[in-house]
Design a protein around this ligand. Structure first.
Ligand SMILES: Nc1ncnc2c1ncn2[C@@H]1O[C@H](COP(=O)(O)OP(=O)(O)OP(=O)(O)O)[C@@H](O)[C@H]1O
Length: 307
């Protein structure tokens, strides 16, 4: 079985397009008019608090949930009506992991591989997710993080054009997460479109070309991790200690502020730090303050912090 992608596997066009997507469960509106465009080959992350509507939106895109309204095209088809050949082009790593089984990871991956016209070699896919040495162990003997890696193996074994990952690294140790990120980057480099939901902002920052923040069923901000919510233009905070008192200046020009401070100290500026909003801080502001997507006006302000 061929286990390499050809250059022609780099894809062009739109992988996912949704307009006015809506879904309610009884009186709960889970998805309240979402528009999405995800390009082929893109890594796109959906962020949002618990219950924001991410899984519902993604399950509609996967064809596992009916929408109440809206237009959706995924790999050129309506997921509500698309057939088996369309499904074979899609990989899914569900939020909840598959329960333990008396089979081995190799048995399970082999079984799943049989459903796809063009699958990875099962041994290779287990190597790629870091389960090579557990290929012949019992699935029920795997740790939580190892089981999750098996879920990822099952999601990618069919060499999907589009891979949905719902909170894929929950339970991974830090080294396994880094390894998983490398795998995702490799898959993206080979042309796979990836739609990721995650609560780990560092994961979104490390992997995503673009992110969208969902809150209460609506997209409240979208952009690259670096520019989301006006992050690129946000003021920096320069902090230091002067005569035992913590000082800070919020400024659009931290280099100038530090240069002006330098001559006022004989040597090092005590406890100097320059901080710009992290993706996590930006995200928290976006979901806490309605309309916070507007950019801040770059006015400089100085204050002394209470000790
Ligand atoms: N099958 C269901 N029946 C009734 N309500 C549901 C169902 N699935 C989801 N909901 C509700 O819809 C809303 C959105 O849930 P959803 O699972 O899409 O959110 P989420 O953003 O994926 O959350 P999480 O980060 O916790 O996974 C929530 O209020 C949830 O309780």
């Amino acid at each position: 079985m061929d286990t390499t992608y050809s250059a022609s596997s780099h894809r062009e066009g739109t992988a996912v397009s949704a307009r006015g997507l809506r879904k309610s469960y009884g009186s709960t509106t889970a998805v309240d008019g979402i528009d999405l465009d995800i390009s082929a080959g893109e890594v796109f992350a959906l962020l949002g608090p618990n219950g924001a509507g991410k899984s519902t939106a993604v399950e509609i895109l996967e064809g596992f949930r009916h929408r109440d309204a809206g237009e959706v095209h995924v790999l050129g088809a309506d997921p509500g009506t698309a057939g088996r050949s369309w499904r074979a082009r899609i990989g899914i790593v569900w939020q909840h992991r598959v329960e333990g089984s008396p089979l081995t990871p190799l048995d399970v991956v082999r079984h799943f591989a049989g459903y796809y016209p063009e699958s990875w070699a099962p041994e290779e896919v287990l190597e790629r997710v870091g389960l090579g040495d557990k290929a012949r162990a019992r699935v029920r003997s795997l740790s939580g993080g190892q089981s999750r890696r098996l879920d990822v193996a099952l999601g990618i074994v069919g060499r999907p054009e589009l891979l949905f990952l719902d909170e894929p690294t929950t339970g991974f140790d830090p080294e396994a997460r880094r390894r998983f990120w490398t795998l995702i980057r490799d898959l993206a480099g080979e042309g796979t479109t990836i739609v990721l939901t995650t609560h780990y902002l560092d994961e979104a920052e490390a992997l995503a070309d673009r992110v969208a923040v969902i809150s209460k069923g609506r997209i409240v901000a979208r952009g690259t991790p670096a520019t989301l919510g006006g992050r690129a233009e946000a003021l920096a905070t320069v902090s230091w200690t002067d005569d035992g008192h913590r000082q800070q200046i919020r400024t659009a020009e931290p280099t100038r502020v530090v240069a002006e401070l330098m001559p006022t100290f004989p040597g090092e500026i005590p406890e100097l730090s320059v901080h710009r909003p992290t993706l996590e801080e930006t995200y928290l502001r976006l979901i806490e303050e309605p309309g916070a997507d507007a950019q801040e006006s770059p006015a400089e302000s100085r204050e002394e912090l209470p000790t």
